[in-house]
Design a protein around this ligand. Structure first.
Ligand code: NIG
Ligand code: FE
Length: 417
């Protein structure tokens, strides 16, 4: 099947190489083709350019193509949400209300709420019910232009439930049009019954869970909540090194609530990304720049917890590649709107309009080890394409708080229109 998206006001193509010393310049080079068309064959992008040129270069493909008129609109790669806690039981609006009345996130967690509350609900929810609930969430992501989503486990904290979460994600990857990429996060919290025996739980993760995740091929990445009162940097390092030895790429929830040398650790263990980084140190940021660690920043979490925003502007200026994501989860960021999160990144982290596009497409793809496959509109890349009902890309953040998604094409198929 061939598809021609014709005459868009702007086609934002972006470029694949987005790491290295020129990161600041590269994040602004989004490569806009004015009055552009995109030719797609099967699941791949064939070419981007002026319609007249595509007719000359690919006469047969253009002739047989189904045409989508994009005049007056813009076209860009499908959004990539590279940090979510997608699969979980229940909701926690009552905790939101407690926080509005003065409780803190960590108070609630230490009293058995927070991650523990969702763990209880996730353990109680059947595979089928979790699958149905998560399917609905993916539909909402898709309507907001998101074509790839990362999914972390970590609301089981026992093997049975961690496996259930990862298997739900795997089944969704097979059945839903959105691509779901899994991260094992058994080290999301210390289960209540291991209180005072934290190192024993770390041993369970290392000796029992990680080998099973790897043998069953249930995840590509291994993540740890390195935070005061959760996992120490030393425990986090052990878990990440153990995963690495089994072929799982490290990621870290780093420096989210209190500074804890999480960014430094991420650079040191060769994590593909350090995530959150609300209170990352200057030195940690420098180390990340040198190591090429991607900063996955989650402005929705700072917004919803009323915490300071990560220093995104500084990170980019210092040469750290930045990706932006929702952190969708029932406690600290219950939103599936990546477009809203993009606006927060501009307003509260100081990203420019071009940088935030890079951060939610190619840089987010790199954070999932998919930079070669998605995140730009280049010949040979997977045809994950969105059409947005705005006249130019600057209007995306200017008309804020709205969903501009008009049409979504996933692997060459129109899936939202
Ligand atoms: O990314 N920091 C830890 N994990 C999540 C929150 C999980 C929850 O509150 O359920 C986060 O913010
Ligand atoms: Fe998170």
């Amino acid at each position: 099947m061939t598809l021609l998206i014709k005459n868009a006001n702007e086609v934002i193509t972006l470029k694949s190489a987005l790491q290295g010393p020129r990161i600041k310049e590269q994040m602004r080079e989004i490569a806009v083709v004015e009055k552009g068309s995109v030719l797609v064959a099967g699941s791949q992008v064939v070419a981007v350019g002026a319609y007249e040129q595509l007719v000359i270069d690919f006469p047969h493909l253009v002739e047989e193509a189904e045409v989508i008129d994009a005049s007056g609109k813009i076209v860009m790669p499908g959004l990539v949400d590279c940090h979510t806690h997608l699969v979980h039981g229940g909701t926690r609006e009552q905790e939101f209300n407690m926080r509005l009345n003065g409780s803190t996130y960590m108070d609630i967690m230490n009293a058995g709420g927070g991650i523990h509350a969702t763990t209880k609900r996730t353990r109680e929810t059947s595979f089928e019910a979790l699958y149905e609930k998560t399917m609905h969430h993916l539909d909402v992501f898709l309507k907001h232009g998101v074509t790839t989503v990362e999914a972390k486990s970590g609301y089981g904290l026992d093997w049975e439930t961690e496996k259930k979460q990862l298997e739900v994600a795997k089944k969704l990857q097979d059945t839903h049009v959105v691509d779901v990429i899994s991260t094992f996060m058994g080290a999301h919290a210390v289960p209540r019954d291991f209180k005072g025996r934290e190192d024993e739980f770390v041993d369970v993760i290392i000796n029992d869970m990680l080998p099973k995740v790897s043998a069953l091929e249930l995840a590509e990445f291994n993540d740890v909540f390195c935070e005061k009162g959760v996992f120490t940097p030393a425990q986090s390092r052990r878990i990440l090194e153990a995963g690495k030895a089994l072929g799982l790429t490290p990621k870290i929830h780093a420096d989210e609530i209190e500074p804890y040398n999480g960014a430094e650790l991420a650079a040191d263990v060769g994590a593909i990304s350090a995530e959150h980084l609300l209170v990352a140190s200057d030195e940690g940021i420098q180390n990340m720049a040198e190591a090429g660690t991607i900063a996955v920043l989650l402005p929705g979490t700072a917004f919803f917890l009323r915490a300071p925003f990560a220093r995104g502007r500084l990170m980019i200026d210092e040469g750290v590649p930045v990706a932006i994501s929702t952190d969708f989860n029932p406690g600290s960021s219950p939103t599936m709107s990546l477009p809203f999160i993009m606006n927060l990144a501009c307003m509260h982290m100081g990203l420019t309009l071009e940088e935030v596009i890079t951060a939610t497409t190619i840089n987010a793809a790199h954070a999932l080890n998919r930079g070669h496959q998605i995140g730009t509109l280049e010949a040979g890349k997977q045809a994950d394409v969105i059409i947005l009902d705005v006249a130019n890309y600057k209007q995306l953040q200017y008309f804020y708080g709205m969903n501009h998604t008009d049409t979504v094409i996933k692997k060459g198929q129109v899936v939202v229109r």
